[in-house]
Design a protein around this ligand. Structure first.
Ligand code: FAD
Ligand code: SIN
Length: 522
């Protein structure tokens, strides 16, 4: 049996930040499904929001975060985010991260719903710069080792505590024990047929924590990004993002007929909160019977356009020159505000199990995340979870390890599994997507219920494990979305378009409960 002091699941910003904090206190094993860089962090474009500009303050940052969160933010947590953020980002700089400067000062950009320029960036590849810098620092620590291309299949729970996890590589399971497990496995964008997320974002952490008995919350809140590059009717695993920072620098949205529409929907026009822009784009596409709208960059000065080299190259590969052409764009699932319920120290409802980053839900982002706040969330609360886990000094006693189960479920071929996966993703997009109704969600729910047998069949096949996780996440998102009979932030019910003033609070669910429960106090 393998044993270490701390297990960190995931090597994005939250996992690396947690490993950085916990490593001085004991042997730390970072387990990651792909290679160390695979994840949403590596893809982050716009930047990291932080109150470091001389005209900015944490209080202004707090105000914008709360306004975007539409009444559901956990204010205590947001205060920690905005107040600790500058020190954590400064630490990144001290580790060697380079953010763009203009002269001696940082150059801050603007994104939707920020009332000032607050986004630090490294060109349009901010995530790559952060991932590289943190990764190099963590790798150098003598207490840290990495297990790459290894999937965590389940958590080991003994006497109600989390004492380790079962990993799988090429279908072969292996238990690893630890004093504490920190989940930092990212989001679940792959549950939607149109999304910006990397292939690893299949919601594994949320699904396996839920199955182990952890409480999950806010599962009705998926954030849809308004602008991904439209490249035809194909459905690639991930769509390419056109950063909101492009609109921050003056990009204008026009419908198929070339008409600017955002001022008709919101006083902040193209820089309205992301949920409002995504819904407006969706509505214009419906009205004009088009599969996309356009992003017009003609008002963006040339030198600013060239600040987006990744976007420039990717558009060029599709025959679009951002210096003169309109860019066809459409919305896609992008970020998940829901997840494993945690407190401000990253503790889940299972002792010795911590969570941070996109897998976790602490209410920082409320019903709608403010742009570029998630890198900061992973950095600050990943670090906090690591510090908190480090307080657990003794190894748990007498672990009882679940028996190894059959590797392949009967009756499920790989071909059949892929058909189910594709159908599920399409249903989630069409029936539990940007605009929701009870009738549509009930259809999705009926299909998901026919898949219960897949969940009930134990497996250590990596592809089937992902399918199980996607089914669990789909069921959870649908149940929570049916429960919230009103509209708030990113959750829009066409059958209840008014604000859900009777439901100010967070829905939570723990296995064994029949329906999500409203917790007004959270
Ligand atoms: P990730 O970085 O996604 O890392 C998750 C890790 O968990 C990966 O290493 C993965 O391999 C591992 N993992 C998953 N499942 C398992 C398993 N079963 N076993 C083992 N390992 C597992 N936010 C901003 O603030 N600013 C931006 O500019 C920005 N731009 C974005 C652009 C794109 C295209 C995308 C997709 C997101 C963007 N976001 C941005 C959001 C932000 O990048 C993410 O929310 C954040 O990086 C999540 O970090 P994380 O550490 O929680 O997860
Ligand atoms: C973007 O660059 O538009 C993404 C920013 C974010 O998701 O916070």
């Amino acid at each position: 049996m393998n044993q270490t002091d701390y297990i960190v699941i995931g090597s994005g910003i939250a996992g690396l930040s947690a490993a950085h904090a916990v490593a001085p206190f004991g042997k730390t094993l970072v387990i990651t499904k792909g290679n160390i860089h695979e994840g949403s962090t590596q893809l982050a474009q716009g930047g990291i929001a932080v109150a470091m500009h001389r005209d900015d303050t944490p209080t202004f940052h707090l105000d914008d975060t709360l306004a975007a969160g539409d009444g559901l933010c956990n204010i205590e947590a947001v205060k920690i985010l905005v107040e600790e953020g500058p020190a954590r980002v400064q630490e990144l700089v001290d580790m060697g991260a380079h953010f763009d400067k203009s002269g001696d000062d940082y150059s801050f950009t603007r994104e939707a719903a920020h009332n000032r320029r607050r986004i630090l960036h490294a060109g349009d590849a901010t995530g790559r710069e952060i991932e590289k810098t943190l990764g190099n620092t963590v790798r150098r620590h003598p207490n840290v080792s990495f297990l790459q291309n290894t999937t965590v299949a389940s958590l080991i729970i003994s006497n109600g505590e989390c004492i380790g996890c079962i990993t799988v590589k090429d279908g072969i399971p292996k238990p690893i024990l630890a004093k504490a497990v920190i989940l930092a496995s990212g989001g679940c964008g792959q549950v939607y047929s149109y999304n910006t997320n990397p292939p690893v974002a299949t919601g594994d952490g949320i699904a396996l924590a839920f199955r182990a008995g952890a409480t999950v919350q806010d599962m009705e809140f998926t954030q849809f990004h308004p602008t991904t590059l439209y490249t035809g009717d194909k459905k690639p695993i991930s769509l390419f993002l056109i950063s909101e920072a492009v609109r921050g620098e003056g990009g204008i949205l026009r419908n198929k007929d070339g008409v600017r529409f955002m001022p008709n929907y919101h006083s902040m026009a193209e820089l309205a909160p992301r949920d409002a822009v995504a819904r407006a784009v969706f509505e214009e596409m419906r009205k004009t019977r088009s599969r996309h709208v356009y992003l017009d960059l003609s008002e963006v000065p040339l030198e600013l356009k060239m600040r987006f080299p990744t976007i420039f190259k990717r558009c060029q590969a599709s025959g679009i020159d951002i210096r003169r052409d309109f860019v066809p764009v459409a919305p896609a699932a992008h970020y998940f505000m829901g997840g494993v319920s945690t407190d401000i120290e990253g503790r889940t409802t299972i002792p010795r199990l911590y969570a941070a980053g996109e897998v976790a839900s602490l209410g920082i982002h409320g019903a709608n995340r403010l742009a570029s706040n998630s890198l900061l969330d992973g950095l600050v609360f990943g670090y906090g979870a690591g510090k908190s886990a480090a307080k657990l000094l003794s190894l748990p006693h007498s672990p009882s390890i679940p028996p190894v189960v059959t590797p392949l479920p009967a009756g499920l071929t790989r071909v059949k599994a892929r058909v189910i996966r594709s159908r599920l993703r399409n249903l989630m997009w069409t029936n539990v997507g940007i605009v929701r109704t009870r009738a549509k969600m009930e259809k999705a729910r009926a299909y998901f219920q026919t898949l219960q047998w897949i969940l009930d069949t134990p497996t250590y096949d990596e592809e089937l494990l992902e399918l199980q996780n996607l089914i669990t996440i789909s069921m959870l998102i649908t149940e929570f979305s049916l429960k919230r009979t009103g509209s708030r932030g990113a959750h829009f019910r066409q059958d209840f378009p008014e604000k859900d003033t009777s439901e100010v609070g967070h829905y939570t669910l723990t296995i064994g409960m029949t329906t999500p429960l409203l917790n007004p106090q959270l």
